[in-house]
Design a protein around this ligand. Sequence first.
Ligand code: DQA
Length: 137
Amino acid sequence: MKISIINGPNLNLLGQREPGIYGNQTFEQYFIDLQAKFPQIEFDYFQSNIEGELIEQLHRVGFSFDGIILNAAAYTHTSVGLGDAIKAIDTSVIEVHISNTFAREDFRHTSYLTPNAKGLILGFGMDSYRLAVESFL
Ligand code: DQA
């Protein structure tokens, strides 16, 4: 099984960015543990701060992978293009967020992705990604 993990803007700063909300771990550290937990899965990881690059990555993996886990970060709340890309591809997308966006500012309560995603997992810290992997198994 091939699963693609795609992280959006500012998630390259996990570990140092607002640790009270996002924790102290870098994604790279977490990703090592995740891969060890699921040795049967072939993971691909991509991060970009650029909206168009995230769309292009969805196009690249969206016709051959078995699942996509997408944390589009701030673009979740703004990007019609990412929502359309999820609709355009074959592979199911699970939308994830580290924080509980519904417990935060009002502008984080809107997602352009959820209507086209297979599911939504949020608020479990980094463990949101593991739960998304479990959902594909
Ligand atoms: C986030 C939540 C978004 O609202 C925010 O813009 C992020 C991270 C999360 O994982 O909790 O950058 O997607």
